[in-house]
Design a protein around this ligand. Structure first.
Ligand code: UDP
Length: 237
């Protein structure tokens, strides 16, 4: 597989084309941003952790029948992926109240969300990713009603698969962000699943082991990413 030119550079990843028009390479950087890029920094080793965690979880999801863009790992920071036309919706399953859900509802962080819910946000940097409803999705033609039904059902299924898997590693999956995309008339899970895009709390101490340590200046940011890596890549299933 030959790496060609850069086709997109985001906050945490670079996407390269390859000699195969249906495949791209995701390169995971150590750069971190928060609050719509108002806060910037570097988390040393983050790219390696995010690439590995995403690969491990995409493989597990694929085994359970979830179509993902993951095709293989090329290096510590590079993943080969199916090229997708990304649906401009951030899909957020939530198991526990945190972050923007706490702000919007007045519920305390840590309250269980039973049953889990899925929220939708419009993927738009200039607008700051506002929350949207199914009707906005239809109005903006971000996805067809049939696609949206599939996406929301798949997001809950992915949540139901990842929650127990992470729990066995001593991690509580509080909430996370998924992105989906189209290729050849089919929908696939894309992007990444990592401590950048998930809230993960230690199951015993409830310590935050994710990007909230960076967002909220909690310290020991690198250590948290390394701890997640150790738990996921360490022995056992
Ligand atoms: N999230 C993300 N990218 C975004 C916004 C949110 O990966 O642009 C993830 C975030 O890490 C968390 C979940 O989505 O796991 C829910 O985030 P929330 O809506 O609470 O927003 P925040 O509090 O991060 O502003």
């Amino acid at each position: 597989m030959e790496k060609r030119q850069k086709i997109y550079e985001g906050k945490a990843k670079i996407v390269y084309s390859t000699d195969d028009p249906g495949k791209v390479i995701q390169y995971f950087k150590d750069d971190a941003t928060a609050f719509n890029a108002l806060k910037r920094g570097t988390i040393l080793g983050k790219g390696v952790v995010n690439n590995k965690m995403s690969a491990v979880l995409f493989e597990r999801l694929a085994k359970a029948g979830v179509p993902t863009h993951y095709l293989g790992t090329l290096s510590e920071r590079e993943m080969l992926c199916r090229r997708l036309d990304i649906v401009k919706i951030e899909v957020i399953p939530r198991n526990i109240v945190a972050g923007s859900l706490a702000k919007r509802t007045g519920l305390e962080e840590g309250v269980a969300v039973k049953p889990p819910i899925v929220e939708l946000f419009y993927k738009s940097d200039p607008l700051g990713d506002p929350m949207i409803t199914d009707e906005h999705v239809r109005m903006l033609k971000l996805a067809t009603p049939k696609e949206l039904v599939w996406i929301k059902r798949m997001a809950l299924r992915i949540n139901a698969l990842l929650r127990p898997l992470l729990k066995r590693k001593g991690l509580i999956l509080v909430d996370f962000k998924l992105e989906f995309g189209r290729a050849g008339g089919k929908l696939y899970l894309g992007d990444e699943i990592s401590p950048d895009t998930c809230r993960l709390w230690d199951a015993d101490t409830l310590e935050k082991l994710d990007k909230d340590r960076f967002r909220r200046d909690l310290g020991r940011v690198e250590e948290a990413y390394q701890e997640v890596y150790r738990r996921l890549v360490g022995s056992g299933s």
